[in-house]
Design a protein around this ligand. Structure first.
Ligand code: COI
Length: 362
């Protein structure tokens, strides 16, 4: 039966709901819910036909530009089931803004921020019984925009789709909060200034997989990326932002066009500063990191991202030398950040920053 929500999103509920997964073994990105959000864009007509439909394969022309020139951008955010029954989103308006800044860089249309929030909320309401309730689990939402016009010339597309799918997830890394071993990548680079590093475009991730494969072959979980010009400064870790506690300061690479402005990154910086910890955004060279690791000043290292939240780094390989960070375990700051962020996200702790937003029942 078709219905229409208050903001004009047409809702077609599935008549064949899927069996739910084993909530205790979700891992990351394996299961998809019963519905998805879709909206179409045509040049001159704008966005229209926003709808929730049963989750299903897409039908696209093989010449659709997304397939040939990687005209795709995406976002990632989560819906959390609070113990009191509320469903919470974490700073979804930041994802709405970032989707648009990615879209502008890839010459795609922007999507109204209000409409993005409504799309995400309407999908979560339609699939509310897919929001997992076990500790550490959530419903990962993946909004993405693709160029759908069939055309092989290299130019801007005239038609696009915005789609949102949802996936109940557990921990991103099988290690969970256990510290991972990281390898400093000195051959491949992820991004350069002036390129697309600050966007969430699929191409960035496609280009990164070869280094991840290499790291895994060498016995590491992920790579630490260096800047694309001098291969001297730290940029990101795997698909996450990275932070280091050196002495009393937490240092993270400054945003400069090649680094993703992570929502978790900015939340961690705000939390640290609210605790009176000096959190600095600046360039950090491998040499400085190496010296800090050698002298014992490097107390903690961790990745930050929506998927893994905080991912402690236990050891770093620099120039063939494997350096353990402190005792190789989870540092106190990493642990406190993880507990506080997840506490706010799941509604267990007060939210003094106004970061969470409730998905209403209507
Ligand atoms: C995140 O940390 O949310 C990411 O960006 C990883 C994602 C690409 C799976």
């Amino acid at each position: 039966m078709d219905t229409m929500d208050a903001k004009g999103i047409k809702i077609e509920k599935t008549t064949r709901p899927k069996a739910k997964p084993d909530w205790r073994n979700l891992t990351f990105g394996h299961y998809y819910t019963d519905h998805m959000f879709v909206a179409d864009y045509a040049e001159g007509r704008g966005w229209r036909d926003a709808r929730i439909v049963p989750y299903a394969p897409l039908v696209l022309d093989p010449a659709a530009m997304v397939f040939h020139y990687a005209m795709e951008v995406f976002e990632g955010l989560k819906a959390y089931a609070a113990k009191d029954g509320r469903i919470l989103l974490f700073r979804p308006w930041e994802n709405a803004k970032r989707l648009n800044s990615s879209a502008i860089r890839i010459c795609m249309p922007t999507y109204p921020e209000e409409g993005f929030l409504e799309a995400v909320q309407t999908l979560v309401r339609a699939d509310a019984d897919w929001v997992p309730r076990l500790p550490g689990t959530s419903l990962y939402l993946r909004p993405f925009m693709i160029a759908t016009e069939p055309h092989l010339g290299v130019r801007r597309s005239n038609t696009f789709q915005l789609i949102v799918i949802a996936s109940p997830v557990g921990a991103y890394y099988p290690e969970g909060l256990d510290p991972v071993k990281i390898y400093i990548e000195d051959e491949y680079v992820r991004a350069v200034r002036g390129g697309t590093g600050f966007t969430k475009c699929g191409g960035n991730y496609a280009a990164s997989i070869i280094a991840q494969k290499k790291a895994e072959e060498l016995g590491f979980t992920q790579v630490l990326w260096l800047d694309g010009v001098e291969k001297k400064y730290i940029e990101e870790v795997g698909a996450m932002n990275v932070m280091f506690k050196i002495g009393d300061e937490v240092v993270t690479p400054e945003l400069g066009g090649s680094i993703l402005p992570g929502v978790t990154r900015s939340s961690v910086l705000e939390l640290l500063r609210s605790w009176g910890v000096k959190a600095v955004e600046r360039r950090l060279s491998v040499d400085e990191l190496h010296a800090a690791a050698k002298s014992g000043a490097l107390a903690e290292a961790f990745g930050t991202g929506t998927a893994a939240v905080i991912s402690p780094i236990g050891a770093l390989s620099i120039g063939g030398e494997l350096l353990q960070i402190a005792d190789g375990g989870i540092g106190a700051v990493s642990r406190k950040l993880y507990d506080t962020l997840t506490g706010i996200q799941w509604g267990d702790l007060a939210d003094p920053f106004g970061w969470t937003c409730e998905v209403g029942s209507k």
